[in-house]
Design a protein around this ligand. Structure first.
Ligand code: ATP
Length: 527
């Protein structure tokens, strides 16, 4: 995608619909109208997410000598988040639309230019009603009808009418003036209405702990963690002391984080409850910058390995002024989602900021003692912080494909295929007896299913014609289908007895493999 803002709404709608229809992702509490910003993973989504986390954990923890795992608590001591700067500091600027009351994140409003229409108030002649308060509307298209601004302004003033029988159309506007505006961000891009001034909106979910918790007792206050990183910093000393690790080393964690996002949107992309996959990689100060670059390469290789097209991944070297003040280097890894190029992961060099803060606030030493140089210092840290849900969404968007096919009767058809890499696919293999009313086929198919089930996620299906069953598996991304047919029974050609047909999802090609080789055949292809 050449343009950062290029979007494909129709594609996204199809993806969201498939996710619901096939059981990847559901709106949380849909039965009761939905809980905004929260999502439930259905049977296939749960498998997909588990597979992603399993690959991430294996690559970053189990296959590395220098990284250890942690599983910290979600409920977080307020002192931890005070030290980290989150309490009182973790907020987004928000403003409200004066007309619709929609809440917008002030820093995400695209600058607009156009003609602003300003008013001082409005009145209703017949009833004698009037209101005096300034209001403005921006028309951001060339040659837009000025009556559009007047209609919006009347709708705004009509909110103050006590007599709801009076239509906004009957109002007269006061003191209309206009001005040319360039690159302004104080109007709602949706309707041109003036917005309120930005104010800070606290993003953390706060809760009270304990049976006698009093709302005003600061000691009873806890937070749902807004990131997994802090428990890593707070446990860093315990990990060192219990594991005798040497710099450089990392601590990795996968877990839930919570942010009361002003504007949850783009399906699961910006949620209020989400999962992170984070590593804090501790190192000597002189190695920090080089390791940040190494981690960037490592993370890009990971995305390639799980099946994201490298062409759709972009690295943003976050410029001075946009990085956190303590970070000398931050890379954002962005992906071409159908709703635009957006952040998947941040790789940030955070210096000694976090451990330094916790040492200061806790009053406990968090220095590292280097045996070889006999020096004591606070390690620096490089943080690759990925969003699990965002990566799942990227995998779904990447996998979704609609292939034009010509059927045997010459008619055109569209095949929906989720082209997941086998290691990521929710179901690895479908076992399908050719006919369900032929007991020998069914019995053999169940034998094959039982053979494979301890090693991988197998789906057994005997309903409908085999072609339809193949298509159903294509739509959920199952890379291989195993058909048990008459050849398997050796009825026509005894040399084919105990062989099965393997049908490949992507090419739709078929080959025969003997049942005794089947497990190895599959195991070498699904990791
Ligand atoms: P954004 O700018 O998109 O709000 P961020 O820069 O605040 O993200 P970080 O605090 O760096 O995000 O969090 C690390 C990662 O956690 C992000 O790269 C993203 O993948 C994930 N993440 C953050 N906020 C959300 C969210 N609301 N929903 C889903 N994933 C999120």
């Amino acid at each position: 995608m050449a343009n950062k803002d290029q979007t494909d709404t129709a594609r996204m709608e199809k993806i969201v619909s498939l996710c619901k229809r096939k059981g990847f992702i559901f709106q949380s509490a849909e039965l009761y109208g939905g809980l905004n910003g929260c999502w439930d993973y259905g049977p296939l989504g749960a498998e997909l997410k588990r597979n992603l986390k399993e690959v991430w954990w294996r690559k970053n923890v189990q296959e590395r000598e220098d990284i250890l795992g942690l599983d910290g608590s979600i409920l977080t001591h307020q002192a931890v988040l005070t030290a980290s700067g989150h309490v009182g500091g973790f907020s987004d600027p928000m403003c409200d639309c004066l007309l619709t009351k929609a809440r917008l994140r002030a820093d995400q409003i695209e600058p607009q230019s156009g003609v602003a229409y300003h008013y001082t108030g409005a009145s209703h002649e017949e009833s004698g009603w009037s209101v005096e308060r300034p209001y403005s509307v921006l028309l951001n298209q060339p040659n837009q009808d000025e009556n559009k601004a007047r209609k919006t302004a009347k709708e705004f003033y009509a909110q103050f009418l006590k007599d709801k029988q009076i239509s906004f159309k009957q109002l007269s506007l006061h003191g209309e003036t206009t001005s040319e505006e360039e690159n302004v961000t104080n109007y709602n891009p949706e309707n041109g209405s003036l917005l309120t001034e930005p104010r800070d909106f606290e993003l953390m979910f706060k809760t009270q702990m304990g049976a006698s918790a009093d709302e005003n007792d600061p000691n009873a206050t806890a937070y749902l963690r807004p990131e997994t990183a802090q428990s890593i910093f707070v446990q860093y000393k315990n990990v060192i002391d219990s594991n005798r690790v040497k710099l450089p080393f990392g601590i990795a964690q996968i877990g839930k984080a919570f942010r009361n996002e002003i504007n949850p949107r783009n399906f699961t992309f910006r949620s209020r409850e989400f999962e992170q996959m984070e590593i804090e990689y501790f190192c000597k100060p002189e190695d920090g910058l080089a390791l940040t670059d190494q981690w960037l390469e490592n993370r890009l290789a990971f995305y390639d390995e799980i099946g994201l097209d490298p062409e759709k991944l972009h690295v943003l070297d976050v410029p001075d002024g946009e990085r956190a003040h303590y970070s000398q280097k931050t890379y954002d890894i962005e992906y071409d989602f159908p709703f635009g190029q957006q952040e998947l992961e941040g790789v940030a060099y955070r210096g000694d900021y976090d451990l330094g803060k916790h040492q200061k606030h806790s009053g406990k030493p968090l220095e590292y003692f280097d045996e070889s140089t006999k020096e004591r210092f606070i390690p620096h840290v490089v943080e690759p912080s990925a969003g699990c849900d965002r990566t799942v969404l990227a995998l779904i968007c990447e996998a979704f494909d609609e292939e034009d096919l010509t059927k045997q009767d010459g008619k055109q058809d569209i095949r929906t295929v989720m082209r997941f890499k086998p290691a990521i696919a929710p179901i690895k293999v479908a076992v399908l007896p050719l006919l369900k009313n032929k007991p020998e086929l069914v019995e053999k198919a169940k034998e094959v299913r039982n053979l494979l089930q301890p090693y991988m996620n197998v789906f057994y299906d005997e309903a409908a014609a085999i072609g339809r069953r193949y298509r159903r598996q294509d739509e959920i991304g199952t890379p291989f289908c195993v058909a048990i047919d008459f050849e398997t029974l050796g009825e026509e050609d005894p040399s084919l007895k105990d062989t099965v047909t393997i049908r490949h999802r992507d090419s739709m090609k078929q080959e025969r493999v003997s049942i005794k080789d089947l497990l190895t055949w599959l195991l070498t292809r699904i990791r």
